[in-house]
Write a protein that binds this ligand. Sequence first.
Ligand code: PEP
Ligand code: MN
Length: 340
Amino acid sequence: MIIVMKKGATQEDVHSVEERIREWGYSAHTIYGAERTVVGAVGVPEADKARYMESLEAMPCVEKVIAILRPYKFASREYHPEGTVVDVNGIPVGGKQVVIMAGPCTVETYEQTWESAVACHAAGATILRGGAYKPSTSPYSFQGHGEEGLKILRDVADKLGMRVVTEVMDPRNVELVCRYADILQIGTRNMQNYDLLREVGRVRTPVLLKRGMWARIEEWMQAAEYILVGGNPNVILCERGIRTFETHTRNTLDLSAVPAVKELSHLPIIVDPSQGTGKRSLVEAMSKAAIAAGADGLLIEVHPHPDQAIKDGAQSLTCEGFCNLMRNLRPVVEAVGRTL
Ligand code: PEP
Ligand code: MN
């Protein structure tokens, strides 16, 4: 159950609702939004819901009570029928405009990051991507430059007026990464790292939650719920492909997840066709398809010299390739009534 408080409800009003829920033996999680405060009552058995709803609805400080059957409440469309627009320091994600996040897989050097960013920015990307902390299958491969990489990203983005999206892997680093990033990326391997999800739920920096490569949509929504119930309402989802029996592509990019998530949730969703396919030649077609399917943005890897990239060169576009992609996306974006 979700209890929506009336506009202007006081702290005392909120406490009275929380108290009532706790008296019944259930837990209450309150989210203080900019517009309204909502209290989630978790664990109420189906048989008792109607009675409790009636009792809460009778309280003068309560606007309405919504029953939600799904295992995720705050992430559900029922909770927030209009789509959510996440504000990334002035750039709306989830609105009419399709947002392009682009840059290298990994921050290698200042020059490489700069070259990639200049090309991405010139072609119309507004958010610079790049890994400073890299999840690696092998402990012997490159792990990223850490804070040095964050400094490079911030400096390059500031010079170009871009925002920064970068991965955080360790709950102990959330505060540090927040100092440099505009969006915290949770990678596919960490989608069910609950300590990390709780930690990014404590801050207000937007979070890009990638789908676990093994995760069902319902599990992904529950991962988002961890962040939302923790108090951070700024969650953007990212479909990046799942593991199937197919090996021709690096992952199977599940574009049906885009309209499915739009039905189930109010959160914005973007698509990463770079990790999604693992092949440069497939990125443009899947980018177009993602936008046609309703994606709110794209996350794309661009490297000035993909053949020399430390990581993910085979799926990285060249600067020229990215420029072509942006040009070719425009008619698709316009056809679905959006802007680039
Ligand atoms: C990446 O964006 O470079 C990355 C490592 O993504 P994922 O977590 O989806 O593999
Ligand atoms: Mn990558």
